[in-house]
Write a protein that binds this ligand. Structure first.
Ligand SMILES: *Cc1c(COP(=O)(O)O)cnc(C)c1O
Length: 395
């Protein structure tokens, strides 16, 4: 900890636990104390820590070929496209590495689509986003954040973004102009504290975007790949985005892999040389992602997330504490929100850590619970036996 403090940038404030090993829903610290991981690296390890099938795919591919750059073809890329398109019903894929890069890619693609297909005058494209969004950390992305901590001190920012309240379809409708190219949103706002929009919101948003001829971009980097009890959270309202962004669990936590999925020709506007990434679509990433997707399918993780999520949430709701404002969730993406001034969620996180449960507060007063989707009923019971007493205690 001393070495880290001396040499590292101070841009994170982790809980004081030093992890060295993980398997399934469990992680172990350097003293071999066992914890249940109820954060799952912000939903990147949906398949559980060090999943053996993904590990095997990674080891095998790493011995053969890791990186070619896209200057040459590799024998894994098309197979990855096939697997992910088959699973998600998409028509085109653009592979990147981090989630933020997938967001940036979508922003570039819809702007170009706006100019080339929709006929918007040059440099006038507008993208509508939501208040309290989280889409990553690049300058463009933090430029349209409403969180002062993410934003202040990093300007000047990329122009062309408009902010409307999340969950308010009328506000979106009002913000659209002839220069609007897209609406970008999370189906459930993860970092904002698992904010679930009103029923019917996404459906209404889908209709508004279609009738105004603007692209609906859903950032499913956290909600996608089973987390909310559907493969993609958009399925809760039976809609399809024009562009869907996935990342995080796309590699099961082994490697940064993200992708822009598109169900129409918007990705077709990007021509050779106009966008790219040295590591994007590399054979190691493709092999790892294919194995990670196969685990989601073979182990019925989507169904397990729906069932265990309901069971976990019902259990959490048995907590009795007048400092709790709301307990909510969808699938295995859950949150306990305390009333403002209830002593801070971090204190509860520390107490949970003592009990062998690792989770992280989001904002001052919300704890997110998001264990790996491989969690069993017995493991949920184990967690609830420890969580309920801690969060039922007024601080
Ligand atoms: C984590 C996250 C991102 C950013 O992903 P990185 O891999 O950290 O760049 C973008 N959008 C959402 C919704 C996220 O949860």
């Amino acid at each position: 900890m001393k070495l880290k403090k001396k040499l590292g940038a101070d841009n994170y404030k982790p809980l004081d636990v030093i992890l060295s090993r993980g398997q399934g829903v469990w992680v172990y610290d350097i003293d071999q104390k066992r914890y249940m991981d109820c954060l799952s690296a912000y939903s990147a390890v949906n398949q559980g820590h060090c999943h053996p099938a993904i590990l095997k795919a990674m080891q095998e591919q790493a011995q053969k070929l890791t990186l070619t750059s896209r200057a040459f073809r590799n024998d894994q890329l098309a197979l990855f496209y096939q697997d992910i398109c088959e699973l998600t019903g998409s028509h085109k894929v653009l592979p990147m590495n981090s989630g933020a890069e997938a967001v940036e890619t979508a922003v570039k693609a819809v702007r170009k689509w706006g100019y080339e297909v929709k006929g918007i005058p040059e440099n006038r494209a507008e993208i509508i986003v939501c208040a309290d969004n989280f889409h990553g950390r690049t300058i463009t992305i933090v430029g349209f954040s409403t969180d002062p901590v993410s934003r202040s001190g990093f300007g000047p920012f990329t122009p062309g973004f408009k902010i409307v309240p999340f969950g308010d379809a009328k506000a979106l409708e009002k913000a659209i102009t002839p220069n609007t190219v897209a609406f970008l949103a999370e189906p459930i706002q993860g970092e904002a504290g698992v904010i679930i929009p009103p029923d019917g919101y996404l459906k209404e948003v889908r209709e508004i975007c279609s009738s105004a001829n603007i692209m609906l971009i859903l950032d499913e980097i956290q909600t996608g790949l089973g987390r909310t009890g559907k493969l993609l959270a958009e399925e809760h309202e039976n809609i399809e985005a024009d562009l869907t962004l996935v990342g995080k669990a796309l590699s099961g936590g082994f490697y940064p892999v993200s992708a822009v999925l598109s169900n129409n020709e918007v990705l077709g506007v990007l021509k050779p040389g106009e966008h790219g990434s040295t590591f994007g679509g590399n054979p190691l990433a493709c092999a790892v992602a294919r194995a990670a997707l196969k685990v989601i399918k073979d182990e019925n993780l989507v169904k397990n997330a729906a069932e265990m999520g309901k069971y976990f949430l019902d259990g959490l709701k048995k907590a009795e504490n007048n400092q709790i404002k709301e307990i909510r969730g969808k699938g295995l993406l859950m949150a306990v929100e305390f009333k403002p001034g209830a002593g801070g969620a971090r204190k509860y996180c520390r107490n949970l850590q003592d009990q062998g449960i690792l989770c992280k507060e989001t904002h001052d007063n919300i704890i997110r619970f998001a264990p790996p989707l491989v969690i069993t009923r017995e493991e949920v019971d184990w967690a609830l036996d420890r969580i309920i007493p801690v969060i039922s205690k007024s601080e």
